[in-house]
Design a protein around this ligand. Structure first.
Ligand code: GCB
Length: 549
């Protein structure tokens, strides 16, 4: 099996595509003989959705959650210079206690996986697996947070390592030209940089912070370089500020989704997608509906692309679209459905995301869920502690979640916890399809009610399925003309509401979905086709977003 890739579409057969449960990966790897005395580990960037790992038949670790990394220690089971057999079981089963939730339902034809999201439930070893040999005495963690106070850059750092006699820590900071601009001894502290080069949208300036462990004789025994961007993020009234300047988000919700490779990370596609974002004038993206590959965040850091980073909590809404995506007969929150155990899984997913991505300057906002039920007391009680947790883990960034259509202003009981209102709305598509004049009035009325709450609003989804090459003189749903007219209508509404600080079209590209009569060859709301060719609407966005001049 290819790694990284989803296994589903590699063989071209239905059994593998729709397999439910475990699959087994096996390989052999030789540990370099020069790694004697080192701690040897495997770091999986992601295994979707659950993994168990064995080395020479001995279980060495397990992990739940398909989009965040984990590490297993192989030191006791490997010998430098020798081969070790690695086995990984990959389980794609989703339950009401997993994030995202799902249910495996028995049917006369065998088990069927039900999900409350439309994207295909791709599974496999989706990202890079690293075999690493670190010195016996090593850095095990490095946390950095940055701020901009007046014209001084502030970098707080904290290093984790096993203390030992004579062992000390220090950091060194260099600018992009490699010039030393700061240094400090100790395992935690703060660096102040007067008049720094700031990280800003469209300008991915990064400093290099090198953390070092030094033994009693002054020898550096381990070091790690972390790229750091100095910038500030804040919400003031209904403005979203980056470095004190109001920021307007333009861009997309995306998916990790490629023909054949599924959700496997692919550098060529990543570069191509970022190239298309630049071509169209997008300054940001949302990692809908799960954390993306670490390379994506690194790229965004380097190029000044702004990121809304989303937890894989999509579909905590078991009544949504009943008969369409959902199933009749489920209640979202309850002892046998979304319960305390689900919340623990959700809390762990938040912890792992923040732990992984907190050092990325590109990440300016955490999204804790996509379209959960949010208009009930149970929802309020479910989410309250999760917002508290995220705020405690990272007080430096605003929080939000993508709100669903049913949870209108006054009905939504979760948006009170959010700093930014993130709205997914389909006026002119799911609501008033084909009636853009009616949609324009209804949409503006709802947006004005949200604006009265005094918070910044990002439209995190608006979109219309469009079959490329289908044309109608009078814009009709599914035609390229309709997608153009639909976007124009939305933009007129946004431009009339001051609190709207962002517009993310759903979706960047067409993507694979669970089979169903609502989808024709997948979800076709892409501005680009699945193979990344522009629909007519791409030119509308380019005209609106591309900086003039
Ligand atoms: C939504 C969901 C997104 C779907 C989209 C659609 O509200 O957040 O995951 O793909 O609608 O196209 O129906």
């Amino acid at each position: 099996m290819a790694v990284p890739a989803s296994y589903n579409d590699i063989g071209g057969d239905a059994a593998l595509r729709h397999h439910i449960g475990e699959v087994w990966y096996e390989t052999e790897v030789r540990i370099p003989s020069s790694w004697s005395g080192r701690r040897i580990s495997l770091y999986f960037e992601s295994v979707t959705h659950a993994a168990r790992v064995w080395a020479d038949g001995v279980e060495v670790g397990a992990h739940q959650g398909g989009y965040t990394p984990f590490e297993v220690d192989l030191t006791a089971l490997t010998t430098p210079g020798q081969v070790v057999a690695l086995t990984v079981s990959v389980d794609n089963t989703l339950t009401l206690q997993s994030i995202p939730p799902g249910v495996v339902e028995p049917t006369p034809a065998g088990p069927r996986q039900r999900t409350w999201h439309d994207f295909f439930n791709y599974a496999g070893i989706h990202r890079t697996v690293w075999l690493s040999g670190t010195p016996a005495t090593h850095l095990s963690g490095l946390t950095t947070t940055t701020d901009l106070l007046d014209s001084t850059g502030v970098i707080h750092f904290s290093l984790d390592f096993e203390p030992a006699p004579g062992l000390s820590a220090r950091v060194r900071l260099s600018d992009q030209d490699g010039l030393r601009v700061g240094a400090q001894d100790g395992s935690s502290g703060t660096l102040h940089i007067p008049d720094p080069q700031v990280w800003a949208p469209g300008r991915g300036y990064l400093y290099a912070l090198e953390a070092q462990l030094v033994d009693a004789r002054g020898k550096v025994v381990d070091s790690y370089v972390q790229k750091v961007g100095i910038r500030s993020v804040a919400v003031r009234g209904n403005r979203f500020l980056i470095n004190g300047e109001p920021f307007h988000f333009t861009g997309f919700g995306k998916h990790e989704d490629i023909a054949v490779i599924g959700k496997g990370h692919n550098d060529a596609y990543m570069l191509h997608d970022f190239g298309l974002l630049e071509w169209i004038g997008a300054n940001s993206l949302r990692t809908s509906h799960y954390p993306y590959a670490e390379d994506v965040l690194d790229y965004a850091d380097r190029h000044g692309i702004v990121v809304i980073d989303e937890v894989a909590a999509v579909g905590i809404n078991l009544t949504l679209g009943a008969g369409v995506f959902g199933a009749p007969g489920y209640t979202t929150f309850g002892p046998d459905t979304i319960n305390e155990q689900t919340r623990k899984t959700h809390a762990e997913a938040i912890r792992e995301l923040i732990e992984r991505d907190r050092h990325h300057p590109s990440v300016v906002l955490w999204s804790l869920a996509n379209e959960p039920e949010s208009d009930s007391e149970a929802a309020q009680e479910y989410f309250r502690p999760l917002f508290e947790l995220a705020r405690e883990l990272d007080p430096s960034r605003p929080l939000g979640f993508a709100n669903v259509a049913e949870a209108t202003p006054g009905r939504c009981r979760v948006s009170q916890f959010a700093d930014v209102l993130m709205l997914n709305r389909y006026y002119g598509w799911y609501v008033l399809p084909g009636d853009l004049a009616g949609a324009e009035i209804a949409w503006e009325e709802e947006l004005r009610a949200w604006a009265a709450e005094g918070k910044p609003i990002i439209i995190t989804e608006y979109g219309a399925d469009t079959y490329p090459g289908l044309h109608t003189l009078v814009p009709e749903p599914w035609s390229e003309e309709y997608q153009v007219a639909y976007l124009d209508m939305n933009h007129r509404v946004f431009d009339r509401i001051e609190a709207v600080v962002g517009e993310h079209v759903w979706n960047f590209a067409d993507f694979a979905t669970t089979p169903g009569i609502m989808r024709v060859g997948g979800n076709r709301k892409g501005i680009f086709t699945r193979d990344r060719q522009p629909k007519a609407a791409a030119h509308v966005l380019r005209k609106r977003w591309l900086p003039k001049g």
